[in-house]
Design a protein. Structure first.
Length: 253
């Protein structure tokens, strides 16, 4: 019997009842799967060879390297908040690309992810609540994680408030015409029999970007990061690419 499609439009909007049984990201199954891949990820970026096994992953890493290079211009150290950063893999990438750069790296995620992250990546500071927003950072970033925030607008406002200079948002699904809508992601990679239900936003591009720029930031550079091959069943609009956006605080606003 065929499995239901992985991505499906939710006309009723964000419905947390769909994820109560699986626990979404705050799940032992998700954390276990990611932990099993951790050592291979860390080893791959230390090699003098290619940084990633696929072109899309290589593109993500090199683009992030550009972002860190911009933020670190003229500095020997930077501070970073990675919101929804899992085990802090982007810290390891930055240290591999910029070994002499001192990075005060903070990673905010759900409690189960944080508990494992502290075991795997002891060099960084993990947060399991929003006290991470009580200070300023040179770079604030979220790589696909804003899409999973029920109160996504408030999340972006929180991210802009604690950034002293730069914000990098990447891998969220943006489209041009339809209003922002909710999607069910059954995430079969975490449960190949029943699916591991998660909810995700597909954003109206103008609404998404204007929320950041309305908080006193200007778009410095947009990046085309990777292709998205999945069909979202019954969606009012499809998205075929994932982009990244580097913003800087505009002192004139």
């Amino acid at each position: 019997m065929a499995l239901p499609p992985r991505f499906e439009y939710l006309p009723q909007g964000w419905d947390p009842e769909l994820i109560n049984k699986s626990g979404s990201w705050d799940s032992k199954a998700v954390v276990k799967k990611k932990a099993e891949a951790w050592q291979q990820q860390v080893t791959s970026i230390q090699s003098p060879g290619v940084l990633a096994p696929t072109i899309d992953q290589h593109n993500l890493i090199i683009t992030y390297g550009f972002v860190v290079g911009v933020v670190a211009q003229g500095k020997s150290s930077i501070s970073v908040l990675d919101w929804g950063g899992g085990f802090g893999w982007y810290y390891n990438i930055a240290k591999s690309l910029f070994p002499s750069l001192k990075i005060d790296y903070h990673c905010r995620d759900v409690p189960t992810m944080v508990a494992q992250g502290r075991k795997l990546n002891a060099e960084i500071l993990f947060h399991k609540d929003d006290r991470c927003f009580n200070r300023k950072y040179d770079l604030v970033m979220a790589n696909g994680s804003v899409s999973y925030s029920p109160e996504w607008k408030q999340t972006i406002l929180n991210l802009t408030n604690c950034s002293s200079k730069y914000i990098y948002l990447s891998k969220d699904a943006l489209h041009g015409k339809a209003p922002t809508f909710a999607v069910l992601d059954r995430s079969y990679q975490y449960d190949n029999k029943n699916g591991h239900n998660m909810l995700i936003w597909f954003f109206n591009r103008s609404e998404y970007l204007s929320l950041v720029t309305g908080c006193g930031f200007s778009l410095l550079r947009e990046f085309k990061l990777l292709n998205f091959s999945h069909e979202v069943i019954n969606a009012p609009e499809q998205n075929r690419e994932r982009h990244g956006f580097l913003f800087h605080r505009d002192n004139n606003k």
